[in-house]
Design a protein around this ligand. Structure first.
Ligand code: CDT
Length: 310
């Protein structure tokens, strides 16, 4: 057995006016709860330190920069890192990254039990749009605030296993899971902020969004025989509601623990990384069963190419 006790640290909403210090207090309260449960790993959401700001169209650079981190840990996050080290808990943390070269990424890091950063991932699949859209009830300006990640989908050896990371919209793309599945991933960590309604399609409300969240997490886990840990930032941020549903999914695709609220809440499960072995050696033994000679379109083209008309 290779046990990893996992705490998905769902967060309730963060209002635009809230400070990093206020958020850090909540993160540390969740860390204490996780520690009391015996967690080895805590998984926080996407853009953990701020409101989900891509819903706002802002043009003033100074104002925009307030949402980004130029160092990790920074002054406000150092206490969280110190607590993680004291508790001996590894951590996935999502945040907006502004690099010394002025590049902006939607980023997540993985730390080890000594609070040392062992991995960094930058979100590849950026949903939404790059320009203000007056037709929308609310904006989803990720393509305005970030550039696509430039680090690919690496995996890391940590906590006695093989770990991967992705962020929110990445979870809807099978390529995300398979790229890491091909590196033997045993536990995939992700955070998300998912609006509970589609601003362009009234019929797509919270129930549909919750369903689709479970669907992609469960299929990604099963098809790659990996644990998946997915953590939401949920609830109403200044009137904009986001789904909860933070979940831990086992390598057979079953949800083994899931959030009951849309607030700060720990979702806990003792995960055995050895549970990934059976699927990886049988139905999803990639070396025996994959046929990459027929998958050229997956990397060779981006959009749909229709067959010729009759
Ligand atoms: N943050 C993020 O990527 N959110 C997107 C919203 C898209 S609408 C379904 C997501 O995929 O959840």
């Amino acid at each position: 057995m290779r046990m990893v006790n996992v705490a998905a640290a769902q967060m309730g909403p963060i209002q635009r006016a809230e400070t990093r210090a206020q958020v850090a207090e909540r993160l540390m309260a969740l860390m204490h709860q996780a520690h009391d449960l015996g967690a080895d790993l805590i998984v926080y959401p996407e853009l953990t330190l701020t409101t989900f700001f891509p819903r706002y169209y802002v043009t003033d650079t100074d104002e925009i920069n307030r949402w980004y981190e130029t160092e990790m840990p920074g002054a406000e996050t150092q206490p969280l890192f110190d607590l993680a080290r004291q508790c001996g808990i590894a951590m996935y943390l999502g945040y907006a990254e502004l690099t010394p070269e002025g590049k902006r990424f939607n980023t997540a890091i993985l730390t080890d039990k000594q609070a040392q950063i062992v991995g960094k991932y930058r979100k590849v699949h950026l949903p939404g749009h790059a320009d203000f859209d007056p037709e929308r009830a609310f904006q989803h300006l990720e393509k305005y605030y970030f550039e696509p990640g430039d680090l690919g989908f690496p995996v890391w050896r940590a906590l006695g296993g093989i770990f991967g990371m992705c962020i929110c919209n990445d979870r809807r793309w099978p390529e995300t899971y398979r790229t890491m599945g091909l590196q033997g991933v045993e536990m995939l960590l992700l955070g998300y902020n998912t609006p509970s309604v589609n601003s362009q399609r009234a019929s797509e409300g919270p129930a549909e969004r919750y369903f689709q969240n479970d669907l992609v997490l469960q299929s990604g886990a099963y098809q790659n025989s990996t644990w998946v840990v997915a953590t939401a930032k949920a609830g109403s941020e200044d009137g904009n509601h986001m789904i909860g549903g933070s979940a831990i999914v086992n390598p057979e695709g079953h949800i083994v623990a899931q959030a009951k609220t849309e607030d700060d809440e720990i979702v806990f499960h003792a995960c055995d990384l050895d549970d990934t072995e059976f699927g990886k050696k049988t139905i999803f033994d990639f070396a025996r069963h994959r046929r990459p000679e027929h998958y050229g379109r997956i990397t060779g083209q981006v959009g749909v190419e229709l067959p010729p008309e009759e």
